[in-house]
Structure formats: structure tokens, C-alpha cells
Design a protein around this ligand. Sequence first.
Ligand SMILES: *Cc1c(COP(=O)(O)O)cnc(C)c1O
Length: 399
Amino acid sequence: MSIPSTSNPLLYLREQLDDWRAAGTYQRLRILESASAAEARFDGKDVVNLASNNYLGLTTHPKLKEAAIAAVREFGAGSGAVRTISGTMRIHMQLEERIAAFKNVEACVVFQSGFAANAGTVSAILTPEDHIISDELNHASIIDGCRLSRAKIHVFAHKDVAAAERILGELDGVPGRKLLITDGVFSMDGDIGPLPGLVEAAEKHGAIMMIDDAHSSGVLGRNGRGTVDHFGLHGRVHVQVGTLSKAIGVLGGYVCGSRDLIEFLYHRARPFLFSTSHPPAVAAACLAAFDVLEQEPERIEQLWDNARYLKAGLSGLGFDTGISETPITPVMVGDAALAHQLSRELFAEGVLATGIGFPTVAKGRARVRTIVASTHTKAELDRALEAFAKVGKKLGIVP
Ligand SMILES: *Cc1c(COP(=O)(O)O)cnc(C)c1O
């Protein structure tokens, strides 16, 4: 008789982990032992940090830190409840009003994260009778929101406006609402969504237009207002999601749109209803971040200057930087084990840049992703390029 496997019903997890170890795709968490900054200490080693979304150096900006500390002193460490029970503090409302004014929309609601904003919004505003038309490379939080809504999901090839329009055309006259949804900037390739074409297609077919500006908040548009501002599409995108966790330097996600949309989400978005609101320090630091965006636009200029510098350097060394148009610059490798090896050897040379493979990107499309910040010095970027040159040659990725 065989021994029943009931002694450890989670044994299959260990087997899967062992498979990943054998395949070279097992990932150990690197431990950050300093603040998240352009140069940072991970696992006891000081490295040039090309793996953070802290585009503008706001995680350590004195105005954000002071605002957070002052909020803790006055209002405490936590909010005590979900927004709809007793956890809506004055400072939460101030932040929403501030973002709505910044984005030039009627209203805004802040969620605990960008993930919660996407998943909570898509699942709240659609039903199983509805249709979602979604770019194949949209973020996981959009995909989860689509699944939770149980609407029918129609995926179009990456940035293929004609394909999106074809699907919308086929759905003309089919019952149910249509939602056309795209990332503003795609997080793994750093390319910009084809918003003007998609907006036109949505308008032509009466679809709801939604964009996720997680990587464009604080990066694209005037003072970092995002892709709608970048393309001059004010008033033509019904649902704009942004994050407070990346360039804004803190934590959170938000949805901007009409007053009706926001009040509906107050009543139906499940993360809003069932998960506690941000600590007051988070809201205070975010408010300070919007002051900085308006008062220190030179940070955004420096960010783009650094992005051009690093991209040109990597291409000059012979690396394939894919289709990036933003400070997210992938170094395409193909094989996942090789991408992780490149990342490990870069770390040994003093550079943190993350290896990314399946399921975050498609099989055979593995890469090392770099993200520069406005706060990197040219000397730091030169050190990073030297490391890329050395390791890239050693691994046979560049000649
Ligand atoms: C990071 C990211 C999110 C999630 O934002 P968080 O605030 O970190 O939860 C959503 N969408 C895209 C495209 C992202 O890159």
C-alpha cells in the first residue's frame, strides 16, 4: 500500500519550487537595507539602483518625509476603518480633490494601491453581460479586474488600434456595454499606448475608454499629468487610473473621471468598501508630492535626460532595448535563465537591474529591465554601463 500523501497536502508547492530552482528561474528576494534611492544598499552591497519605480526621487524628498511625520504626530499611525465606515479622514478628501484638480477632471477616488484601483474599478462598473476590449500586454491588475467582472474579454494584439476597432465593430449591436482599456505606458517594454487612435475608436463605437497611467503618472504630460495630457485628450477618456506608488514615491492608486463615476465607485468598488483606508501619513506625503510635481518640474526634465543617456549607452554597447519610448528600458535577452544570470552578474558588478521572465512576460521574451531616476548622476549611469559592457560580453549577449 502506498503512503497517503495527506501528511503534507502542500507537497506539490515544494515540487514546483524545485523545478524553478532546476530551471534557474527561482527568485530570492533581495533585501533593501537603505532608503529606496538612486544608489541603495541591497543584501549588504551598495549598488546603482536601476530597479525602482521611484522615478523622481520622491521616496526620500524632505517635503514628503516632513509631511508624513507631521501627519503621524497629529492624526496617528492608522485610519481605523474602511472608507465607508469611519475611515475617511479630511486628508483623504483633500488628496482626492488635489488629484482631481491636477488631472483637470470632476472627481477622484484614491484606493490602497494601483492594483486595487484597476481591479476594483473594472469589476465594479461592468457585469457578465458586458464586453472588455483589452491590449494583450495590459497589467495583471487590469486582467484580474476583467476576470472579476465576468464580462466577456476580447484581447487585441499589442497596440493594434485596427484590431481593437475591428472587435468594437463586430460588437456593434451586440447587447452589453463595451470597455476599451489600455496601459498608458506598458510596464515591461516602456512603450506608450496608442491613445489617440483608441480614443477615436471608442468614440466611434460608443465604448467606455479607460487607461492605466501607473508608469505615466509623474513621468509624461505637463508636470507629470499622464498620457491624457501628453496626447491632449482631456475630456475624452472616461476612466483614468494612476498610481501613487511609483513616481509619486508613496503608495496608492486613484481613479479620475466624472462625479458619477467616483460616487458609483464609493458605493460598489470592493477594495474601497472592504479594505482599510490609507494611514494619514500616506495621504499627507502624497499631497506633498503633488506640490513637488508643480514646483520642481526640473526633476521630470532630468529624468528624461537620464533616460536618453542610458538608452543611448546601452544601444551603443550593442544591447537590444526593444521598443521603449520612456524611462523604462528593457535589455532584451530571450531566455529566462540567461536574463536572471545577467541580473545576478550585474549585481556582482554593483548594479541592480531585475531579470524578468514568464509569467510576467511571454516565454522567450525574458529581459533585464532598467528604470532610471532623475536622481541618478552621470557617474552612476556610467558605472552601470561599464557593468553592462563587461557582463554582456562575458555572457555572449553583446559582441
Ligand atoms: C505598478 C502598476 C500597477 C499597480 O500599481 P501599485 O500602486 O503598485 O499597486 C498597475 N498598473 C500598471 C500598469 C503598473 O505598472
